[in-house]
Write a protein that binds this ligand. Structure first.
Ligand code: ADP
Length: 608
Protein backbone atom coordinates (compact mmCIF):
# COMPACT_ATOMS: atom_id res chain seq x y z
CA UNK A 1 0.00 0.00 0.00
CA UNK A 2 1.35 3.42 -0.96
CA UNK A 3 1.57 5.97 1.87
CA UNK A 4 -1.62 7.95 2.27
CA UNK A 5 -1.53 11.15 0.27
CA UNK A 6 -3.38 13.80 2.20
CA UNK A 7 -1.95 16.78 0.40
CA UNK A 8 -4.35 19.57 -0.33
CA UNK A 9 -7.11 19.14 -2.86
CA UNK A 10 -7.06 21.44 -5.93
CA UNK A 11 -9.12 24.56 -5.38
CA UNK A 12 -11.49 26.27 -7.78
CA UNK A 13 -8.76 28.83 -8.42
CA UNK A 14 -6.49 26.14 -9.85
CA UNK A 15 -8.90 23.68 -11.42
CA UNK A 16 -12.48 23.81 -12.71
CA UNK A 17 -13.28 20.69 -10.68
CA UNK A 18 -11.66 22.01 -7.49
CA UNK A 19 -13.01 22.72 -4.03
CA UNK A 20 -13.94 26.24 -2.82
CA UNK A 21 -11.30 27.66 -0.44
CA UNK A 22 -13.87 27.71 2.37
CA UNK A 23 -14.19 23.90 2.17
CA UNK A 24 -10.48 23.13 1.95
CA UNK A 25 -10.02 22.05 5.60
CA UNK A 26 -13.07 19.82 5.33
CA UNK A 27 -11.76 18.31 2.09
CA UNK A 28 -8.38 17.64 3.63
CA UNK A 29 -10.01 15.84 6.54
CA UNK A 30 -12.38 13.90 4.27
CA UNK A 31 -9.44 12.85 2.14
CA UNK A 32 -7.49 11.64 5.16
CA UNK A 33 -10.47 9.49 6.21
CA UNK A 34 -10.80 8.00 2.72
CA UNK A 35 -7.09 7.24 2.54
CA UNK A 36 -7.10 5.62 5.97
CA UNK A 37 -9.49 3.03 4.55
CA UNK A 38 -7.60 2.43 1.32
CA UNK A 39 -5.82 -0.92 1.25
CA UNK A 40 -4.70 -0.80 -2.35
CA UNK A 41 -2.51 1.40 -4.45
CA UNK A 42 -4.16 4.36 -6.11
CA UNK A 43 -3.34 3.19 -9.62
CA UNK A 44 -4.42 0.05 -11.39
CA UNK A 45 -2.39 -1.32 -14.34
CA UNK A 46 -4.10 -1.76 -17.69
CA UNK A 47 -3.46 -5.50 -17.86
CA UNK A 48 -5.46 -5.83 -21.06
CA UNK A 49 -3.63 -2.98 -22.79
CA UNK A 50 -5.21 -0.04 -24.59
CA UNK A 51 -8.97 -0.65 -24.65
CA UNK A 52 -9.88 -0.38 -28.34
CA UNK A 53 -13.60 -0.18 -29.12
CA UNK A 54 -15.04 -3.08 -31.09
CA UNK A 55 -15.48 -2.64 -34.84
CA UNK A 56 -12.16 -0.90 -35.56
CA UNK A 57 -8.60 -2.24 -35.79
CA UNK A 58 -5.87 -0.90 -33.53
CA UNK A 59 -4.05 0.75 -36.44
CA UNK A 60 -7.16 2.39 -37.78
CA UNK A 61 -8.02 3.57 -34.26
CA UNK A 62 -4.59 5.09 -33.68
CA UNK A 63 -4.71 6.83 -37.07
CA UNK A 64 -8.14 8.21 -36.19
CA UNK A 65 -6.85 9.47 -32.84
CA UNK A 66 -3.97 11.32 -34.56
CA UNK A 67 -6.54 12.97 -36.81
CA UNK A 68 -8.56 14.13 -33.79
CA UNK A 69 -5.35 15.36 -32.15
CA UNK A 70 -4.61 17.47 -35.21
CA UNK A 71 -8.08 18.98 -35.06
CA UNK A 72 -8.30 19.63 -31.29
CA UNK A 73 -4.60 19.93 -30.40
CA UNK A 74 -2.52 16.95 -29.27
CA UNK A 75 -2.69 18.05 -25.63
CA UNK A 76 -6.49 17.84 -25.84
CA UNK A 77 -6.75 14.23 -26.96
CA UNK A 78 -5.03 11.80 -24.59
CA UNK A 79 -4.80 8.03 -25.02
CA UNK A 80 -5.65 5.92 -21.99
CA UNK A 81 -2.78 3.52 -22.40
CA UNK A 82 -0.85 3.80 -19.15
CA UNK A 83 -2.60 3.04 -15.88
CA UNK A 84 -5.91 3.84 -14.23
CA UNK A 85 -5.71 6.41 -11.46
CA UNK A 86 -8.55 6.10 -9.02
CA UNK A 87 -8.18 9.10 -6.71
CA UNK A 88 -11.16 10.09 -4.59
CA UNK A 89 -14.29 12.23 -4.95
CA UNK A 90 -12.47 15.56 -5.36
CA UNK A 91 -9.74 14.13 -7.64
CA UNK A 92 -11.77 11.63 -9.58
CA UNK A 93 -10.79 9.83 -12.80
CA UNK A 94 -12.38 10.62 -16.17
CA UNK A 95 -11.44 7.30 -17.79
CA UNK A 96 -13.35 4.70 -15.78
CA UNK A 97 -15.61 4.01 -12.82
CA UNK A 98 -13.59 4.33 -9.62
CA UNK A 99 -16.35 2.43 -7.82
CA UNK A 100 -16.53 -0.57 -10.14
CA UNK A 101 -19.12 -3.28 -9.85
CA UNK A 102 -17.08 -5.30 -12.36
CA UNK A 103 -13.32 -5.00 -12.87
CA UNK A 104 -11.80 -1.52 -13.32
CA UNK A 105 -11.01 -2.47 -16.94
CA UNK A 106 -14.57 -3.14 -18.11
CA UNK A 107 -16.30 0.25 -18.26
CA UNK A 108 -13.18 2.02 -19.48
CA UNK A 109 -12.29 4.63 -22.11
CA UNK A 110 -9.64 4.31 -24.83
CA UNK A 111 -8.92 8.03 -24.82
CA UNK A 112 -10.19 11.30 -23.44
CA UNK A 113 -10.84 14.34 -25.64
CA UNK A 114 -11.22 17.86 -24.26
CA UNK A 115 -13.17 20.05 -26.70
CA UNK A 116 -12.83 23.77 -26.02
CA UNK A 117 -15.85 25.07 -27.92
CA UNK A 118 -19.15 24.05 -29.46
CA UNK A 119 -17.39 23.90 -32.84
CA UNK A 120 -14.87 21.43 -31.42
CA UNK A 121 -17.69 19.27 -30.04
CA UNK A 122 -19.12 19.24 -33.57
CA UNK A 123 -15.69 18.33 -34.95
CA UNK A 124 -15.49 15.38 -32.53
CA UNK A 125 -18.96 14.17 -33.56
CA UNK A 126 -18.11 14.34 -37.27
CA UNK A 127 -14.86 12.50 -36.55
CA UNK A 128 -16.70 9.78 -34.59
CA UNK A 129 -19.15 9.30 -37.47
CA UNK A 130 -16.32 9.06 -39.97
CA UNK A 131 -14.35 6.47 -37.99
CA UNK A 132 -17.28 4.78 -36.23
CA UNK A 133 -15.76 5.30 -32.79
CA UNK A 134 -18.22 5.57 -29.87
CA UNK A 135 -18.12 8.83 -27.87
CA UNK A 136 -19.20 9.16 -24.25
CA UNK A 137 -19.87 12.75 -23.13
CA UNK A 138 -19.36 13.82 -19.53
CA UNK A 139 -19.60 17.20 -17.92
CA UNK A 140 -17.74 16.59 -14.69
CA UNK A 141 -17.80 12.79 -14.53
CA UNK A 142 -18.72 12.73 -10.86
CA UNK A 143 -21.87 10.71 -11.33
CA UNK A 144 -20.51 8.40 -8.64
CA UNK A 145 -22.77 5.56 -7.62
CA UNK A 146 -24.18 5.52 -11.16
CA UNK A 147 -20.97 4.80 -13.10
CA UNK A 148 -18.97 7.99 -12.56
CA UNK A 149 -17.23 9.09 -15.74
CA UNK A 150 -17.14 5.60 -17.23
CA UNK A 151 -18.53 4.84 -20.69
CA UNK A 152 -20.99 2.00 -21.12
CA UNK A 153 -19.11 0.61 -24.15
CA UNK A 154 -15.53 -0.43 -23.41
CA UNK A 155 -13.05 1.63 -25.41
CA UNK A 156 -15.33 4.61 -26.10
CA UNK A 157 -13.63 7.99 -26.32
CA UNK A 158 -14.68 10.11 -23.36
CA UNK A 159 -15.65 13.60 -24.38
CA UNK A 160 -14.75 15.53 -21.23
CA UNK A 161 -16.62 18.78 -21.79
CA UNK A 162 -16.03 20.15 -18.32
CA UNK A 163 -12.31 20.85 -18.45
CA UNK A 164 -12.34 23.55 -21.13
CA UNK A 165 -16.03 24.48 -21.39
CA UNK A 166 -16.72 25.69 -17.88
CA UNK A 167 -17.94 29.25 -18.11
CA UNK A 168 -20.90 30.76 -16.32
CA UNK A 169 -22.24 32.60 -19.34
CA UNK A 170 -24.87 34.63 -17.52
CA UNK A 171 -26.35 35.27 -14.10
CA UNK A 172 -29.47 37.39 -14.42
CA UNK A 173 -30.22 38.94 -11.03
CA UNK A 174 -33.57 40.35 -12.21
CA UNK A 175 -35.04 37.18 -13.67
CA UNK A 176 -33.22 34.85 -11.23
CA UNK A 177 -31.76 32.68 -13.97
CA UNK A 178 -28.36 31.61 -15.21
CA UNK A 179 -26.82 30.04 -18.29
CA UNK A 180 -23.96 27.58 -17.82
CA UNK A 181 -21.52 25.46 -19.78
CA UNK A 182 -20.99 21.77 -18.90
CA UNK A 183 -18.03 22.28 -16.55
CA UNK A 184 -19.74 24.58 -14.03
CA UNK A 185 -20.05 22.81 -10.69
CA UNK A 186 -22.51 23.66 -7.95
CA UNK A 187 -19.47 24.86 -5.98
CA UNK A 188 -18.41 27.18 -8.80
CA UNK A 189 -21.89 28.64 -9.35
CA UNK A 190 -22.34 29.28 -5.65
CA UNK A 191 -18.92 30.93 -5.31
CA UNK A 192 -19.65 33.18 -8.29
CA UNK A 193 -22.94 34.31 -6.75
CA UNK A 194 -21.07 35.14 -3.54
CA UNK A 195 -18.33 36.92 -5.52
CA UNK A 196 -20.92 39.09 -7.20
CA UNK A 197 -22.47 39.91 -3.82
CA UNK A 198 -25.76 38.27 -4.77
CA UNK A 199 -26.00 35.59 -2.07
CA UNK A 200 -28.47 37.61 0.01
CA UNK A 201 -30.65 37.90 -3.04
CA UNK A 202 -30.58 34.47 -4.68
CA UNK A 203 -29.88 30.83 -3.94
CA UNK A 204 -28.83 27.89 -6.01
CA UNK A 205 -30.15 24.39 -5.37
CA UNK A 206 -27.42 21.84 -4.72
CA UNK A 207 -27.26 18.06 -4.28
CA UNK A 208 -25.66 16.62 -1.11
CA UNK A 209 -22.21 17.02 -2.66
CA UNK A 210 -21.48 20.12 -4.73
CA UNK A 211 -18.72 18.78 -6.99
CA UNK A 212 -20.99 17.60 -9.82
CA UNK A 213 -21.87 19.90 -12.69
CA UNK A 214 -25.16 21.76 -12.73
CA UNK A 215 -25.69 20.59 -16.31
CA UNK A 216 -24.70 16.90 -15.94
CA UNK A 217 -26.64 16.46 -12.72
CA UNK A 218 -29.73 18.02 -14.27
CA UNK A 219 -29.49 15.87 -17.41
CA UNK A 220 -29.36 12.79 -15.21
CA UNK A 221 -32.36 14.18 -13.26
CA UNK A 222 -30.54 14.59 -9.97
CA UNK A 223 -32.19 16.29 -7.02
CA UNK A 224 -31.31 18.90 -4.41
CA UNK A 225 -32.96 19.96 -1.17
CA UNK A 226 -34.47 23.44 -1.45
CA UNK A 227 -37.95 23.97 -2.89
CA UNK A 228 -36.12 24.03 -6.27
CA UNK A 229 -34.91 20.48 -5.66
CA UNK A 230 -36.19 18.94 -8.89
CA UNK A 231 -33.39 20.14 -11.15
CA UNK A 232 -34.93 18.99 -14.39
CA UNK A 233 -38.17 20.81 -13.58
CA UNK A 234 -36.30 24.04 -12.84
CA UNK A 235 -34.00 24.15 -15.87
CA UNK A 236 -34.93 26.26 -18.88
CA UNK A 237 -33.35 25.84 -22.31
CA UNK A 238 -30.68 23.61 -23.79
CA UNK A 239 -28.15 23.93 -26.58
CA UNK A 240 -27.43 20.54 -28.14
CA UNK A 241 -25.07 19.03 -30.72
CA UNK A 242 -26.86 16.14 -32.44
CA UNK A 243 -24.94 12.89 -32.98
CA UNK A 244 -25.55 12.43 -36.72
CA UNK A 245 -22.78 12.91 -39.33
CA UNK A 246 -23.73 16.59 -39.75
CA UNK A 247 -23.33 17.30 -36.02
CA UNK A 248 -26.24 19.72 -36.25
CA UNK A 249 -26.55 22.35 -33.49
CA UNK A 250 -29.93 23.26 -32.00
CA UNK A 251 -31.40 25.29 -29.16
CA UNK A 252 -34.57 24.19 -27.44
CA UNK A 253 -37.54 26.19 -26.15
CA UNK A 254 -37.32 29.95 -26.69
CA UNK A 255 -33.69 29.51 -27.74
CA UNK A 256 -34.97 28.48 -31.16
CA UNK A 257 -36.28 31.99 -31.77
CA UNK A 258 -33.49 34.23 -33.03
CA UNK A 259 -33.03 37.16 -30.65
CA UNK A 260 -35.42 35.90 -27.95
CA UNK A 261 -34.66 37.18 -24.45
CA UNK A 262 -36.78 34.50 -22.76
CA UNK A 263 -34.62 31.39 -23.27
CA UNK A 264 -34.09 31.00 -19.52
CA UNK A 265 -37.57 32.24 -18.54
CA UNK A 266 -39.94 29.99 -20.49
CA UNK A 267 -38.79 26.42 -21.05
CA UNK A 268 -41.32 25.30 -23.66
CA UNK A 269 -41.19 27.62 -26.69
CA UNK A 270 -43.55 26.42 -29.42
CA UNK A 271 -44.21 22.95 -30.71
CA UNK A 272 -43.11 19.65 -29.17
CA UNK A 273 -41.17 20.07 -25.95
CA UNK A 274 -37.95 18.39 -27.02
CA UNK A 275 -35.77 18.84 -23.91
CA UNK A 276 -36.99 15.56 -22.43
CA UNK A 277 -35.30 13.43 -25.06
CA UNK A 278 -31.90 14.82 -24.08
CA UNK A 279 -32.11 13.80 -20.43
CA UNK A 280 -31.15 10.26 -19.37
CA UNK A 281 -30.53 9.40 -23.01
CA UNK A 282 -27.92 9.25 -25.73
CA UNK A 283 -29.52 11.55 -28.30
CA UNK A 284 -27.33 14.64 -28.05
CA UNK A 285 -24.42 16.43 -26.43
CA UNK A 286 -25.60 19.36 -24.38
CA UNK A 287 -23.27 22.35 -24.59
CA UNK A 288 -25.28 25.00 -22.71
CA UNK A 289 -28.15 24.90 -20.23
CA UNK A 290 -30.31 27.52 -18.57
CA UNK A 291 -31.22 27.16 -14.90
CA UNK A 292 -33.54 29.08 -12.65
CA UNK A 293 -32.36 30.43 -9.29
CA UNK A 294 -34.39 30.73 -6.11
CA UNK A 295 -35.07 34.09 -4.47
CA UNK A 296 -33.74 34.19 -0.91
CA UNK A 297 -36.92 33.42 1.08
CA UNK A 298 -36.07 35.92 3.82
CA UNK A 299 -35.18 33.42 6.50
CA UNK A 300 -34.94 29.71 7.10
CA UNK A 301 -34.84 27.22 9.90
CA UNK A 302 -33.77 23.58 9.84
CA UNK A 303 -35.42 21.02 12.03
CA UNK A 304 -34.86 17.40 12.94
CA UNK A 305 -37.21 14.82 14.42
CA UNK A 306 -36.48 11.26 15.47
CA UNK A 307 -38.88 8.33 15.62
CA UNK A 308 -38.29 5.25 17.77
CA UNK A 309 -39.45 2.23 15.76
CA UNK A 310 -38.77 0.74 12.35
CA UNK A 311 -42.52 0.13 12.17
CA UNK A 312 -43.25 3.89 12.49
CA UNK A 313 -42.33 4.26 8.83
CA UNK A 314 -45.78 3.73 7.30
CA UNK A 315 -47.69 6.04 9.66
CA UNK A 316 -45.02 8.68 9.35
CA UNK A 317 -45.12 8.65 5.53
CA UNK A 318 -48.92 9.00 5.70
CA UNK A 319 -48.45 12.05 7.92
CA UNK A 320 -45.83 13.51 5.59
CA UNK A 321 -47.94 13.19 2.39
CA UNK A 322 -50.59 15.87 2.98
CA UNK A 323 -48.03 18.18 4.59
CA UNK A 324 -45.72 17.86 1.60
CA UNK A 325 -48.42 18.20 -1.07
CA UNK A 326 -49.76 21.33 0.60
CA UNK A 327 -46.21 22.72 0.93
CA UNK A 328 -46.20 22.90 4.71
CA UNK A 329 -43.18 20.64 4.34
CA UNK A 330 -41.50 22.76 1.69
CA UNK A 331 -38.32 21.09 0.61
CA UNK A 332 -37.17 17.73 -0.73
CA UNK A 333 -36.46 16.63 2.80
CA UNK A 334 -35.03 13.34 3.91
CA UNK A 335 -36.27 10.60 6.14
CA UNK A 336 -33.16 8.62 6.95
CA UNK A 337 -32.63 5.36 8.71
CA UNK A 338 -30.85 5.54 12.08
CA UNK A 339 -27.97 3.41 10.84
CA UNK A 340 -27.20 6.08 8.25
CA UNK A 341 -26.79 8.73 10.89
CA UNK A 342 -24.14 6.46 12.37
CA UNK A 343 -22.35 5.81 9.08
CA UNK A 344 -22.22 9.52 8.17
CA UNK A 345 -19.85 10.08 11.09
CA UNK A 346 -17.18 8.85 8.66
CA UNK A 347 -15.78 5.91 10.61
CA UNK A 348 -15.45 2.33 9.39
CA UNK A 349 -18.16 -0.13 10.31
CA UNK A 350 -15.59 -2.19 12.22
CA UNK A 351 -15.48 0.56 14.82
CA UNK A 352 -19.00 -0.46 15.80
CA UNK A 353 -19.22 -4.11 14.84
CA UNK A 354 -16.86 -6.77 13.58
CA UNK A 355 -19.33 -9.60 12.98
CA UNK A 356 -20.43 -10.70 9.52
CA UNK A 357 -23.84 -10.04 7.99
CA UNK A 358 -25.92 -6.90 8.53
CA UNK A 359 -25.19 -5.09 11.78
CA UNK A 360 -27.84 -6.27 14.27
CA UNK A 361 -30.38 -3.65 15.35
CA UNK A 362 -29.50 -3.79 19.08
CA UNK A 363 -25.85 -3.09 18.18
CA UNK A 364 -26.38 0.07 16.16
CA UNK A 365 -29.08 1.32 18.48
CA UNK A 366 -26.72 1.03 21.39
CA UNK A 367 -24.14 3.10 19.50
CA UNK A 368 -26.78 5.65 18.51
CA UNK A 369 -27.44 6.36 22.18
CA UNK A 370 -24.21 8.31 22.39
CA UNK A 371 -24.93 10.42 19.26
CA UNK A 372 -26.94 13.62 18.89
CA UNK A 373 -29.97 11.82 17.49
CA UNK A 374 -30.00 9.31 20.34
CA UNK A 375 -31.50 5.83 20.07
CA UNK A 376 -33.94 5.91 17.15
CA UNK A 377 -35.07 4.13 13.99
CA UNK A 378 -35.73 7.12 11.68
CA UNK A 379 -34.58 10.73 11.47
CA UNK A 380 -36.43 13.43 9.52
CA UNK A 381 -34.33 16.38 8.31
CA UNK A 382 -36.39 19.31 7.03
CA UNK A 383 -36.33 23.05 6.61
CA UNK A 384 -38.91 25.78 6.89
CA UNK A 385 -38.53 28.92 4.76
CA UNK A 386 -39.60 32.55 5.09
CA UNK A 387 -39.72 35.16 7.86
CA UNK A 388 -40.10 33.95 11.47
CA UNK A 389 -43.88 34.46 11.77
CA UNK A 390 -44.51 32.51 8.56
CA UNK A 391 -42.19 29.73 9.66
CA UNK A 392 -43.85 29.51 13.05
CA UNK A 393 -47.23 28.72 11.51
CA UNK A 394 -45.81 25.87 9.43
CA UNK A 395 -43.49 24.51 12.13
CA UNK A 396 -46.37 24.35 14.64
CA UNK A 397 -48.46 22.29 12.21
CA UNK A 398 -45.53 19.96 11.52
CA UNK A 399 -44.78 19.57 15.21
CA UNK A 400 -48.37 18.64 16.05
CA UNK A 401 -48.58 16.15 13.19
CA UNK A 402 -45.22 14.48 13.82
CA UNK A 403 -46.01 14.08 17.50
CA UNK A 404 -48.90 11.81 16.58
CA UNK A 405 -46.19 9.13 16.38
CA UNK A 406 -45.59 7.90 19.94
CA UNK A 407 -42.02 8.53 21.05
CA UNK A 408 -41.37 11.23 18.41
CA UNK A 409 -38.68 13.68 19.54
CA UNK A 410 -37.75 17.09 18.20
CA UNK A 411 -34.04 17.70 18.59
CA UNK A 412 -33.24 21.29 19.45
CA UNK A 413 -30.53 22.50 17.03
CA UNK A 414 -29.08 24.67 19.79
CA UNK A 415 -27.95 21.49 21.53
CA UNK A 416 -26.00 20.28 18.49
CA UNK A 417 -22.25 20.81 18.11
CA UNK A 418 -20.98 22.68 15.04
CA UNK A 419 -19.65 19.50 13.40
CA UNK A 420 -22.93 17.60 13.72
CA UNK A 421 -24.26 16.27 10.37
CA UNK A 422 -27.48 18.26 10.92
CA UNK A 423 -25.60 21.47 10.07
CA UNK A 424 -24.54 20.05 6.73
CA UNK A 425 -28.20 19.34 5.90
CA UNK A 426 -28.89 22.91 7.03
CA UNK A 427 -26.33 24.26 4.53
CA UNK A 428 -27.51 22.10 1.65
CA UNK A 429 -31.20 22.90 2.22
CA UNK A 430 -30.33 26.61 2.12
CA UNK A 431 -28.39 26.30 -1.15
CA UNK A 432 -24.80 26.17 0.13
CA UNK A 433 -22.89 23.23 -1.37
CA UNK A 434 -21.01 21.07 1.10
CA UNK A 435 -18.85 17.92 1.29
CA UNK A 436 -20.04 16.21 4.45
CA UNK A 437 -22.11 13.53 2.75
CA UNK A 438 -18.96 11.88 1.47
CA UNK A 439 -18.16 10.49 4.87
CA UNK A 440 -20.34 7.41 4.78
CA UNK A 441 -18.26 5.85 1.99
CA UNK A 442 -15.73 5.12 4.72
CA UNK A 443 -18.10 2.51 6.15
CA UNK A 444 -16.09 -0.03 4.13
CA UNK A 445 -12.41 -0.05 3.17
CA UNK A 446 -11.93 1.20 -0.43
CA UNK A 447 -15.43 2.56 0.11
CA UNK A 448 -17.58 2.52 -2.99
CA UNK A 449 -21.31 2.88 -3.37
CA UNK A 450 -24.07 2.08 -5.77
CA UNK A 451 -27.73 2.96 -5.42
CA UNK A 452 -31.11 1.29 -5.71
CA UNK A 453 -33.46 4.23 -6.32
CA UNK A 454 -37.12 3.33 -6.86
CA UNK A 455 -40.00 5.80 -7.03
CA UNK A 456 -43.21 5.36 -5.06
CA UNK A 457 -46.24 7.43 -4.14
CA UNK A 458 -46.00 9.07 -0.70
CA UNK A 459 -48.04 6.29 0.89
CA UNK A 460 -47.22 4.40 4.06
CA UNK A 461 -48.11 1.09 2.47
CA UNK A 462 -45.71 1.67 -0.44
CA UNK A 463 -42.91 2.71 1.91
CA UNK A 464 -43.50 -0.41 3.97
CA UNK A 465 -43.37 -2.69 0.92
CA UNK A 466 -40.20 -1.13 -0.47
CA UNK A 467 -38.47 -1.12 2.89
CA UNK A 468 -39.51 -4.75 3.39
CA UNK A 469 -38.11 -5.95 0.07
CA UNK A 470 -34.88 -4.03 0.55
CA UNK A 471 -34.47 -5.49 4.03
CA UNK A 472 -35.11 -9.03 2.82
CA UNK A 473 -32.55 -8.77 0.00
CA UNK A 474 -29.95 -7.03 2.17
CA UNK A 475 -30.30 -9.72 4.84
CA UNK A 476 -29.83 -12.46 2.24
CA UNK A 477 -26.74 -10.71 0.88
CA UNK A 478 -25.35 -9.92 4.33
CA UNK A 479 -25.21 -6.17 3.61
CA UNK A 480 -26.12 -3.26 5.94
CA UNK A 481 -29.32 -1.54 4.85
CA UNK A 482 -29.22 2.28 4.86
CA UNK A 483 -32.38 3.66 3.25
CA UNK A 484 -33.33 7.31 2.86
CA UNK A 485 -36.72 8.48 1.60
CA UNK A 486 -36.46 11.78 -0.31
CA UNK A 487 -39.94 13.17 -0.53
CA UNK A 488 -40.83 15.13 -3.67
CA UNK A 489 -44.21 16.75 -4.22
CA UNK A 490 -46.32 13.70 -5.03
CA UNK A 491 -43.79 10.91 -5.00
CA UNK A 492 -40.82 9.81 -3.03
CA UNK A 493 -37.45 8.57 -4.18
CA UNK A 494 -36.22 5.77 -1.96
CA UNK A 495 -32.43 5.91 -2.12
CA UNK A 496 -30.68 2.80 -0.81
CA UNK A 497 -26.93 3.17 -1.14
CA UNK A 498 -25.01 -0.08 -0.88
CA UNK A 499 -21.53 0.64 0.43
CA UNK A 500 -19.01 -1.96 -0.70
CA UNK A 501 -15.28 -2.62 -0.81
CA UNK A 502 -14.21 -2.11 -4.44
CA UNK A 503 -11.36 -4.56 -3.92
CA UNK A 504 -13.51 -7.39 -2.62
CA UNK A 505 -14.73 -9.42 -5.59
CA UNK A 506 -17.08 -11.50 -3.43
CA UNK A 507 -18.67 -8.41 -1.98
CA UNK A 508 -19.09 -6.82 -5.40
CA UNK A 509 -20.93 -9.91 -6.62
CA UNK A 510 -23.17 -9.89 -3.53
CA UNK A 511 -23.90 -6.18 -4.03
CA UNK A 512 -24.81 -6.79 -7.67
CA UNK A 513 -27.09 -9.70 -6.84
CA UNK A 514 -28.79 -7.71 -4.11
CA UNK A 515 -29.39 -4.80 -6.51
CA UNK A 516 -30.66 -6.98 -9.32
CA UNK A 517 -33.00 -8.83 -6.98
CA UNK A 518 -34.37 -5.57 -5.59
CA UNK A 519 -34.96 -4.17 -9.09
CA UNK A 520 -36.92 -7.31 -10.07
CA UNK A 521 -38.85 -7.48 -6.79
CA UNK A 522 -39.74 -3.80 -7.03
CA UNK A 523 -40.90 -4.11 -10.66
CA UNK A 524 -43.22 -6.98 -9.71
CA UNK A 525 -44.84 -4.63 -7.19
CA UNK A 526 -45.07 -1.82 -9.75
CA UNK A 527 -42.07 0.29 -8.71
CA UNK A 528 -39.36 1.48 -11.12
CA UNK A 529 -36.01 3.21 -10.60
CA UNK A 530 -35.61 6.90 -11.42
CA UNK A 531 -31.92 6.50 -12.31
CA UNK A 532 -29.38 3.73 -12.25
CA UNK A 533 -25.79 2.58 -12.64
CA UNK A 534 -24.36 1.74 -16.09
CA UNK A 535 -24.26 -1.97 -15.21
CA UNK A 536 -27.98 -2.03 -14.37
CA UNK A 537 -29.40 0.14 -17.14
CA UNK A 538 -30.50 -2.72 -19.39
CA UNK A 539 -32.33 -4.40 -16.54
CA UNK A 540 -34.03 -1.23 -15.35
CA UNK A 541 -34.97 -0.19 -18.92
CA UNK A 542 -36.42 -3.69 -19.34
CA UNK A 543 -38.83 -3.13 -16.45
CA UNK A 544 -40.44 -0.18 -18.29
CA UNK A 545 -42.06 -2.62 -20.68
CA UNK A 546 -45.77 -1.80 -20.87
CA UNK A 547 -47.49 -2.84 -24.12
CA UNK A 548 -44.70 -5.11 -25.32
CA UNK A 549 -41.96 -2.59 -24.70
CA UNK A 550 -43.50 0.17 -26.81
CA UNK A 551 -41.48 2.85 -25.02
CA UNK A 552 -38.16 1.20 -25.87
CA UNK A 553 -39.34 0.70 -29.47
CA UNK A 554 -39.94 4.45 -29.62
CA UNK A 555 -36.56 5.15 -27.99
CA UNK A 556 -34.87 2.91 -30.56
CA UNK A 557 -36.63 4.69 -33.43
CA UNK A 558 -35.37 8.02 -32.12
CA UNK A 559 -31.88 6.61 -31.70
CA UNK A 560 -31.73 5.25 -35.23
CA UNK A 561 -33.00 8.52 -36.68
CA UNK A 562 -30.79 10.88 -34.70
CA UNK A 563 -27.68 8.71 -34.51
CA UNK A 564 -27.68 6.46 -37.59
CA UNK A 565 -24.07 5.34 -37.01
CA UNK A 566 -24.66 4.69 -33.32
CA UNK A 567 -21.67 6.73 -32.13
CA UNK A 568 -23.13 8.47 -29.06
CA UNK A 569 -23.01 6.67 -25.70
CA UNK A 570 -24.29 3.33 -27.02
CA UNK A 571 -26.25 1.44 -24.38
CA UNK A 572 -26.73 4.41 -22.07
CA UNK A 573 -30.08 4.03 -20.27
CA UNK A 574 -30.59 0.72 -22.10
CA UNK A 575 -30.82 2.38 -25.52
CA UNK A 576 -28.68 0.51 -28.03
CA UNK A 577 -28.11 1.77 -31.58
CA UNK A 578 -28.96 -0.56 -34.47
CA UNK A 579 -25.31 -1.53 -34.97
CA UNK A 580 -25.15 -3.02 -31.47
CA UNK A 581 -28.64 -4.46 -31.12
CA UNK A 582 -29.07 -8.20 -30.82
CA UNK A 583 -25.34 -8.85 -30.33
CA UNK A 584 -25.34 -9.62 -26.65
CA UNK A 585 -24.39 -6.17 -25.33
CA UNK A 586 -27.22 -6.04 -22.79
CA UNK A 587 -26.23 -6.83 -19.21
CA UNK A 588 -28.75 -8.88 -17.31
CA UNK A 589 -26.50 -10.27 -14.55
CA UNK A 590 -23.87 -12.98 -14.31
CA UNK A 591 -21.81 -11.78 -17.30
CA UNK A 592 -18.02 -11.89 -17.00
CA UNK A 593 -17.50 -9.01 -19.42
CA UNK A 594 -19.56 -5.95 -20.25
CA UNK A 595 -18.87 -6.33 -23.97
CA UNK A 596 -21.07 -7.85 -26.62
CA UNK A 597 -20.10 -9.72 -29.71
CA UNK A 598 -19.05 -7.01 -32.16
CA UNK A 599 -20.97 -4.33 -34.01
CA UNK A 600 -22.58 -4.42 -37.44
CA UNK A 601 -20.61 -2.78 -40.23
CA UNK A 602 -22.31 0.20 -41.83
CA UNK A 603 -22.73 0.60 -45.59
CA UNK A 604 -19.38 1.18 -47.24
CA UNK A 605 -17.33 -0.20 -44.35
CA UNK A 606 -15.79 -3.66 -44.51
CA UNK A 607 -16.32 -5.92 -41.48
CA UNK A 608 -13.37 -6.04 -39.11
P1 ADP B 1 -21.62 15.37 -13.07
O1 ADP B 1 -21.33 16.57 -13.87
O2 ADP B 1 -22.72 15.53 -12.09
O3 ADP B 1 -20.39 14.77 -12.51
P2 ADP B 1 -21.59 13.59 -15.27
O4 ADP B 1 -20.70 14.45 -16.06
O5 ADP B 1 -20.99 12.33 -14.74
O6 ADP B 1 -22.26 14.35 -14.08
O7 ADP B 1 -22.87 13.29 -16.13
C1 ADP B 1 -23.94 12.53 -15.68
C2 ADP B 1 -24.47 11.74 -16.86
O8 ADP B 1 -25.05 12.62 -17.83
C3 ADP B 1 -23.37 10.98 -17.57
O9 ADP B 1 -23.70 9.63 -17.64
C4 ADP B 1 -23.24 11.58 -18.95
O10 ADP B 1 -23.22 10.66 -19.98
C5 ADP B 1 -24.45 12.47 -19.11
N1 ADP B 1 -23.96 13.78 -19.55
C6 ADP B 1 -23.20 14.60 -18.81
N2 ADP B 1 -22.95 15.72 -19.47
C7 ADP B 1 -23.54 15.61 -20.67
C8 ADP B 1 -23.66 16.48 -21.78
N3 ADP B 1 -23.10 17.68 -21.76
N4 ADP B 1 -24.35 16.05 -22.85
C9 ADP B 1 -24.95 14.84 -22.85
N5 ADP B 1 -24.89 13.99 -21.81
C10 ADP B 1 -24.20 14.37 -20.73
Amino acid sequence: MSPPDISLTPTLGTKHSGIPERLLPKATYAKSLVYQGKTVSDSTPLTRGLPIPQGISKNAFLTAISELQSALGSENVVLNDKELKNGWYMEHPNTHDMMPLHSYEEFVASAVAYPGSVEEVQTAVRWANKHLVPLFPISMGRNLGYGGAAPRVRGSVTLDLGRRMNKILDINAEDYTCLVEPGVTFYALYEEIVKRGLQDKMWIDTPDLGGGSVLGNTLDRGVGYTPYGDHWATHSGLEVVLPGPEAQLLRTGMGALEGANTWQCFPYGFGPYSDGIFSQSNYGIVTKMGMTLMPNPGGYESFMYTFPNDSDLASLIDIIRPLRISNILENVAQLRHGLQTLSVKGFPRTRYYTGSGPMPEPVYREHLKSTATGDCAWVYYGMSYGPAHIRKYKLDVIDAEFHKIPGCKKIDPKTLPADEYFWSRDKVASGTPDLEELKWVNWMPNGSHIAFSPIAPIQGEDARKLYGLAKKRHTEAGIDLMPAFCVGLREMHLIVEIVFDAEDEGMRRKAEKCLRDMIDDAAKLGYGEYRTHLALMDQVAGTYNWNEGSLMKFNNQLKDTLDPNGILAPGRCGIWPARYRGRGWELKGGETSVEGDGVAPVAGQSKI
